[in-house]
Design a protein around this ligand. Structure first.
Ligand code: SF4
Length: 432
């Protein structure tokens, strides 16, 4: 096959997946043999970077495979990512996909597609490659915010989670190598860097280093203006990290901590490494040092062994805790996990009701958090797009603000005054 090929990419799932997809696809952007098109356009090649964290994530990927096949029955379709890692045979045989790439082979995507383009049969031996040490990546095209992968895999064994099977053991570069890469990245100034990984608090374990030490070093890079920590396990969120964030003008007072249940019995059955007491202590420590910090909390509704009483404990625990909002997930049964074989005392209807209750609680918490910030002044990093005549941005503590669009605000940090909360839960603000 000769000539320029149209190629479309689509990524499901977490920011880690996005940063990897961005790095993997960058060679195609730099190569004249390819034209990048939208996933919903007619293309010669479709690359789907999948997710497997819930059954719904897999379902969405299957729907997209079918859709792109309908768009072009002759297209060359590649599926990679966690779903591909876990169920390569069924994806290939059931959904008319040309190539499935596991989490090691996906980094060879460009060479594989080049072979296809030049008429050679790409040769892929799934699961032949040993787990690679660590391959870093970062999201590239958006200069407002860069997602930088510092860690991969997970050594925890939470009973509901399939991720360790898809991503392998916990691994990372050492601090020296990570900083080297960040210095190269920061040759073009970065307004905001978000550190991502599967279990980022585990960074450096194989090198006898720590996430805390890494944060201190990244804070010294002048060309990175703001730094955000993505989700971090409560048992790995050391007090030293909280103090460092409180003392730093660069690390944003914004935490994302997975709780999953407010019942200690359920936490044990989930094989989480903390109890509600530890979790509450972390939240109170943050609030003691940074009263206006944003704390987002993950919680699962309807774990198989969660009784009505367990659920009430979760609601009470969260009602009393000064957290800002919740990410609510309905329990999703994943094959080959411990929880998949547990006796299920939570019926689908209860799961739905519990999820809705938690979502309502989240909304109330969010409004209370926004109210707490009324009439405050903050530095806001504005994004790069307009929507309905407005431009949005985020405060350090992750409040979303908006103001009428002006080109000179794009990708800029500006001091603002938070005036009032709009119906779409954003702060209308005045630029100072
Ligand atoms: S910490 Fe638990 S929930 Fe998070 S990726 Fe590891 S096993 Fe999964």
């Amino acid at each position: 096959m000769k000539g320029k090929l149209k190629i479309a990419f689509y990524t499901f799932g977490c920011k880690l997946n996005f940063s990897e997809a961005s790095s993997i696809s960058s060679s195609f952007f730099d190569c004249d043999n390819y034209e990048i098109v939208n996933i919903y356009d007619q293309a010669d090649i479709y690359v789907l970077n999948s997710c497997s964290v819930t059954a719904n994530a897999e379902k969405k990927c299957i729907e997209l495979i079918r859709r792109v096949r309908r768009q072009n029955s002759n297209a060359f379709i590649v599926v990679m990512g966690c779903f591909a890692q876990l169920k390569p045979d069924s994806i290939k045989s059931q959904y008319n996909v040309n190539i499935v790439l596991d989490n090691q082979n996906k980094y060879d995507l460009f060479d594989i597609i080049e072979k296809y383009r030049t008429g050679k049969e790409p040769e892929i031996n799934l699961f032949d490659k040993k787990e690679v040490d660590f391959i870093s990546s970062y999201s590239g095209s958006d200069r407002t915010r860069v997602f930088f992968k510092i860690q991969d895999g997970c050594d925890y064994n939470c009973s509901y989670c399939i991720v360790p099977k898809a991503r392998g053991r916990s691994r990372s570069d050492n601090i020296e190598k990570t900083i080297e890469k960040l210095n190269v990245l920061a040759e073009n100034p970065v307004k905001e860097l978000v550190l991502t990984g599967v279990n980022i608090g585990d960074f450096g374990k194989r090198h006898n280093e720590s996430f805390f030490e890494l944060l201190k070093e990244i804070s010294k890079i002048d060309n990175i203006q703001r730094l955000r920590i993505s989700s971090i396990e409560p048992d790995l969120l050391e007090d030293d990290i909280i103090k460092l964030v409180a003392e730093s003008s660069k690390i944003m007072p914004h935490f994302h901590i997975p709780l999953q249940s407010g019942s200690d019995k359920v936490l044990k059955e989930m094989k989480r490494k903390y109890d509600t007491r530890l979790f509450a202590n972390k939240v109170y420590k943050i609030k003691e040092l940074m009263p206006l910090a944003c704390i987002a909390v993950d919680v699962i509704a309807g774990f198989p062994t969660e009784t009505e009483d367990d659920f009430k404990k979760t609601v009470r625990f969260l009602e009393n805790l000064p957290v800002s909002y919740l990410h609510v997930f309905k329990f999703s049964k994943r094959e080959n996990t411990i929880a998949a074989d547990m006796e299920n005392v939570c019926k689908p209807y209860d799961k739905k009701i519990r999820s809705n209750t938690l979502k309502e609680l989240s909304q109330n918490k969010l409004m209370a958090f926004y109210e707490l910030n009324k009439c405050k002044e903050y530095d806001v990093l504005f994004e790069n797009k307009a929507s309905n005549g407005f431009i949005s941005g985020y405060t350090p503590n992750y409040l979303k603000v908006k103001t009428p669009y002006k080109e000179n605000l794009v990708n800029q940090l500006k001091k603002v005054y938070l005036r009032e909360i709009s119906d779409d839960i954003k702060y209308e603000c005045d630029i100072l």
